[in-house]
Design a protein around this ligand. Sequence first.
Ligand code: ZN
Ligand code: ZN
Ligand code: FE
Length: 760
Amino acid sequence: MQVRKRIEVRGMVQGVGFRPYVYRLAVARELTGGIANSASGVTIEIQGEPQSVEEFLRALPAEAPPLARITDFEVREIACNGDHEFRIHASEKSEAARALIPPDIAVCDDCLRELFDPADRRHLYPFINCTNCGPRFTIVRSIPYDRPQTAMAVFEMCAQCRAEYDDPANRRFHAQPNACWDCGPQAELWNARGERFSSKDPIGEAAARLRAGSIVAVKGLGGFHLAADATNPETVEKLRGRKRRIEKPFAVMVPDMNAAEEFCEFDEEERELLLSPERPIVILRRKNPSAIAAGVAPFNPYLGIFLPYTPLHHLLFAQSGLRALVMTSGNLSEEPIAIGNSEAVARLAGLADFFLVHDREILRRCDDSVVRRSGARVRQMRRSRGFVPVPVFLDREFHPVLAVGGELKNTICLLEGRRAFLSQHIGDLENAEAFHFFGEAVEHLQNILEIQPLAVAYDLHPDYLSTRWALGQKGIRAIGVQHHHAHIASCMAENHLAGRVIGIALDGTGYGTDGRIWGGEILLADDVNFERAAHFSYVPMPGGAAAIREPWRMAASYLRHAFGEEMFRLAIPFVEQIPTAKVRTIFKMAERGMNSPLTSSCGRLFDAVAALGGLRHEVNYEAQAAIELEMCRDESAAGQPYAFAAREESGILQLDPAPVIRAIVEDLLRGATPGQISQRFHDGLACALAGVARLLRDRTRLNTVCLSGGTFQNVYLSGELERLLAADGFCVFTHSQVPAGDGGLSLGQAFVAATRLSRP
Ligand code: ZN
Ligand code: ZN
Ligand code: FE
């Protein structure tokens, strides 16, 4: 007796080798039937002996290819028919159009084995790939995701490659970037002027240049890297000077896990992160001393480490014998990463000594992703290559909406049905190049997803370029979403929460509904609206943006807030180091209301504490003072939290850091170290926030807390606050799929706007 079943599989199951996988699974069990792509995934029919069918159903999710993501599947019994074989049905255009384009994935072990096998026809071929690995998102021009619509269109497959591509039993069946030495892309080495270097072995030549201390621009999956020997201090300094990048850490690529172990400390879960097919940069505690040049990450006990993810990276390491390469984005300071060969030569002129290029076009810019482990959770610091365009799956259906994100670390989000697609990291929309990239990303994402949004969601800050862009769109409803509400909503969306929550949103800057700069906010929020329940006391931010670059301004502002005129008589290093006249000048500005907005920002409070504690008076990159304050914590001072004051003003709770500032001054007078001050500050902040949550629970009976905003990239603070809240019986939610910072903002905007659309 035979049975026949129909299985609807949903999720990321197209373009990831799923159909040949199912084919092999069915044929091995002598099942008949077929598989076809459907609107939301694939439909499978199998027919055979009941036991074989059961086996098939068990194996189907368990042994799925590495790129596949099954979100759910449904099995139904149907009538048997006279099938004699198992067939893969061709996709129809309308179906393929709805398919998800997979992300770019690191070269797999099977391909690596062939790469270094002298007997293989792809021995040392730098563009080897298969259905389980290789470029995807970055080579797609438009849909359907098929070779003619990719950067591979110009390469005609040779007979051997074509045979693999057409064979359902082959690992390269429908692997769109399939190629070999005879028919595929080739690498070349160029000099600084973009002239081809005569060389039979461009990768070997590039490897030799790297060994000799040159900076080589290397074309990767989503853009160019500037590569340099990370163990050579002079080379690293040269790169810093040329890139005009002061102190901000460089990411380091190492050839294998042995090298990673030589330089960093990590546990089993962090090892898995390093080896995961997305191959993100993983922030790990560095070993000291190590061969990595100090200039790679000055003042930083951590290192961003990643493993090679293209065959070309593996070949570079194999041929250079180097143990660590700085691999930093091929750009000048904060501009978008370069992707075109001639674009790279033009934009990276003066930065790179050589260019290791190839003729497979990168169609989409995509920076490396950055993750950090926090307790049992993975924190996305930057969600880009390897993750995009995998959607965040939501718990209900929505109308299509586009959200344009914030200003810094911008991403955009297209939401439709139960899926929210976040773009790759676009960057800071402060320069023309980044804004151009923003436009490209919006258009491309809409094209490959074929989503026509009914509304566009934007941040309330009137000067953000993303906001202006959104308000400039004709014929589409624009929906403004407050910055911190969007942060909390983003946390709700990825955690499938509905209804009201207590939202703790901490970050550097977000435009408030009162026109002030918010950033230390406790909201009562749902997916439509919010109420501001508590916030940090307002203090002036003397000089506006200058106060972000110069944390001493915030330290002075907080000292005055806590001590008034008395501050000038405090015998602490900070007051002695900064000339009184300079401080008086910024106070005068503030009194006249000149360029001194009021802020409740948590990021600025971190800046003030870092400057007061003696860490630094000025920063060279965003959030540097806050990051260094977190890093310097001295756990011997744990358990003595600084106390905040709380008072109610017109129904809103004010959390006042004045007592904290006074306690820090006392500690300084006693000769406390920055590490001790940092520890007491972190613990005090966590206690104060947990206290506010308790108070709000008493008042509202809400027991769910969402933590979001850039400050929660601070692993200690988020871990500690989570621990306190959980111990107190709260259900605590935070992020693991999208960044807690502004990189995740667009998801929250889209979620709120789509919910508003669905309600009359
Ligand atoms: Zn492979
Ligand atoms: Zn070929
Ligand atoms: Fe923010």
